[in-house]
Write a protein that binds this ligand. Structure first.
Ligand SMILES: [Zn+2]
Length: 143
């Protein structure tokens, strides 16, 4: 996964989470994190960076548009489990000419500002904090 795709995905998750917290679909960041399998510190951090004001809407007062927005946000967050399970392959070139088939790493909470998924597996520097200039597997020189 390219770094920008990873960041986009992370932004989508953040936006969806904040919407559901804002509307008090979930009362606490921790509840939301547990429900969707997201790291607790990440969701707490997202929420702390907002004004943390909520505006609960009674369920019966939801407009169809709001209901749709909520449904969509929920789907985005539900997608996270799938993303975790079917992470892209690392793709680093191995000495035998093949490519590494391990899944890329899910970054630790501190790393999520770079995107939730790294572009490499654990063995090939996925946990490294440095920003890779670009993914180099296409010419295979860097592995
Ligand atoms: Zn690898």
């Amino acid at each position: 996964m390219k770094p920008e795709q990873s960041r986009e995905l992370t932004e989508r998750l953040e936006k969806a989470a904040l919407l559901l917290l804002k509307l008090e679909i979930f009362r606490k960041p921790d509840d939301l994190a547990r429900r969707f399998g997201l790291p607790l510190p990440v969701v707490r951090y997202w929420w702390r960076n907002t004004d943390q004001k909520t505006e609960a809407i009674e369920h019966r007062d939801l407009t169809p548009r709001q209901a749709k927005t909520i449904r969509r946000a929920t789907q985005v967050l539900e997608g996270w489990e799938k993303v975790k399970r079917y992470r892209p392959q690392c793709g680093a070139r191995l000495a035998n000419g093949r490519r590494c088939k391990h899944s890329v790493v899910i970054r630790s909470p501190e790393g999520w500002d770079q995107g939730c998924l790294a572009d490499r597996c654990r063995m090939h520097g996925g946990l490294s904090r440095r920003v890779r200039k670009q993914k180099v597997d296409d010419d295979g020189n860097n592995e």
